[in-house]
Design a protein around this ligand. Structure first.
Ligand code: ZN
Ligand code: ZN
Length: 514
């Protein structure tokens, strides 16, 4: 008779002729839905049967059931040596060796939660500017044109395409090219000038140059011309354009992800850009280590309770205000002009002053007097800052003795660029629901569950994230239900107990809902 419906499930797994490793054509029936224990002296083939035959074939069958597309990433799996296996369900396995042979592994990486977080951040994270914190978004030419057209009728608009930002030089070739392209006007360092006859710029100064692409008055029937000009400007400006009004403020628009205020652009985020093990994601200053050898403030200012004249700034020594030598006298004059009280404990100087002394005074110049045997005079000098100066002098030091002297101020400090997060700052500035991947990864399992429970996504983001969120929540739920809610996701693998690490590895299996 022909049976109807699903075939009846066997109540046991039937293995015939298992020959993996040292197994000699073993036939065995293993009851299902029971706890089955295999015992035997070591070397008798327990693992060969359980892991290398049953588990391996379950995996192989699962992979074969996937699409050809998915299979190409998983590679071919070899069929274990056996004649027949019937009644096999999908398999999972936990080995009794401890995890964490990899010192870089964490609860997040072992459970694969970190992998899913990276995918999630790449897909639905919102890029913020790592310098000013503003949200960053790219716009299409149409969107930019539409926004510009909402200005009140009669507004006079100037569309500019940036071609040079704050670069020193004469830029003859660049200027010649704009003339060849037929652009009549340029804006050079904020001033609109004719391109005809402008052969070169002052080679000692830094210049910012934009091409005037169009000048128009907002009103009816302007939209197609506006869109066209926006497109041209974006093309010349390599994705950036500036809209301004005569005597008005600049508004910077960008086609790609860029912060108009800080004039920095951001790469399209990928899962790799959230991994400190990947060149795309690692902080370039510390190579993803989170620490680097740099000037250590605690070594430069060992005792903030003493004043500068008492020797607070170690590389300067004591009695700074009385010193007259070349660089010491220079420091004393800078301090005087900055109004630094040399007798006040370092830590009680205003923060602004301490920062200036340590990291420099920017473009401000100081008039410094000097006198010596050859005469006397004054000169203008910028203040570089204690820390940049030590860094520079260490890098430039040629003698061993000088190198050693500067090296006394170097420490294995937390990387100042990434703040020890190991991630490039652009990636660490991508947020979901106001949190960066760094923040989410430092949560405990219970806190992370709470975060994802409260997370409300809308529209496209919600759809895109569904599958990934399911994987993350599934694993977190499991970890919570086996009593590991207290572990933080960035807890390192080697620091876990045997029991913890076994339950954690089970989570990565269960979470994938085989
Ligand atoms: Zn910014
Ligand atoms: Zn770093």
């Amino acid at each position: 008779a022909v049976s109807s419906g699903a075939p009846m499930e066997l109540d046991h797994i039937h293995i015939k002729g298992a020959r993996e490793h040292n197994l000699r054509s073993v036939d065995v029936k293993i009851p299902k839905k029971k706890l089955v224990v295999m015992t035997g002296v070591s070397g008798s083939g327990k693992s060969s049967l359980a892991f290398d035959t049953l588990y391996a074939d379950g995996q192989r069958r699962y992979v074969e059931s996937l699409s050809a597309y998915a299979r190409q990433f998983l590679g071919q799996m070899e069929k274990p040596k056996y004649d027949v296996i019937r009644g096999l369900s999908p398999t999972i396995s936990i080995e009794q060796k401890t995890t964490g042979t990899n010192p870089r592994s964490t609860v997040g990486t072992i459970t694969e939660i970190s992998d899913y977080l990276r995918v999630l951040y790449a897909r639905i994270g919102t890029q913020h500017c790592h310098l000013c914190g503003d949200p960053v978004q790219g716009q299409t030419a149409q969107q930019i044109a539409r926004e510009l057209a909402t200005q009140p009728s009669g507004t006079r608009l100037i569309l500019l395409a940036p071609i040079l930002v704050n670069r020193k030089g004469e830029h003859r070739e660049l200027l010649a090219e704009t003339r060849r392209e037929g652009f009549v006007r340029l804006r050079v360092n904020g001033e609109i000038v004719e391109s005809e006859g402008l052969e070169s710029l002052d080679k000692r100064r830094k210049h910012t140059v934009e091409v005037v692409v169009d000048r128009l008055v907002v009103g009816k029937g302007i939209s197609s011309r506006l869109t066209e000009s926006v497109e041209v400007a974006l093309k010349i400006g390599q994705g950036m354009l500036i809209a301004t009004e005569p005597d008005g403020e600049d508004r910077v628009f960008s086609e790609s992800m860029a912060c108009g205020k800080c004039r920095v652009s951001f790469p399209e985020p990928t899962p790799q850009s959230f991994s400190f093990n990947s060149p795309q994601g690692m902080c370039v200053d510390c190579n993803g280590l989170g620490t680097r050898v740099e000037i250590d403030l605690d070594l430069v200012i060992p005792d903030p309770a003493v004043s500068i004249d008492e020797g607070a700034v170690k590389p300067w020594g004591a009695n700074v205000s009385e010193k007259t030598g070349w660089s010491a006298g220079f420091r004393a004059q800078i301090c005087a002009q900055l109004d630094v009280d040399m007798d006040r404990p370092w830590k009680r100087l205003p923060k602004r002053l301490r920062e200036t002394l340590l990291y420099g005074a920017g473009d401000r110049t100081f008039r410094v007097q000097w006198s010596g045997r050859s005469g006397k005079g004054t000169f203008d000098q910028e203040w570089e800052g204690i820390v940049p100066r030590l860094e520079r002098r260490f890098a430039q030091a040629s003698s061993e003795r000088a190198k050693r002297w500067y090296a006394q101020f170097l420490g294995n400090a937390e990387c100042s660029r990434c703040g020890g997060t190991r991630l490039r700052p652009e990636s660490a500035a991508v947020r979901i629901g106001d949190e960066s991947i760094v923040q989410v990864s430092s949560r405990t399992v219970t806190e992370a569950l709470e975060f994802f429970r409260k997370l409300s996504l809308e529209g496209a983001a919600a759809q895109i994230a569904t599958e990934v969120l399911k994987e993350i929540r599934g694993r977190l739920d499991f970890l919570g239900s086996v009593g590991l809610g207290y572990l933080s996701l960035d807890r390192s693998g080697p620091s876990l107990s045997g029991g913890e690490s076994q339950r954690i590895r089970l989570a990565s299996q269960v979470g994938s809902e085989l």
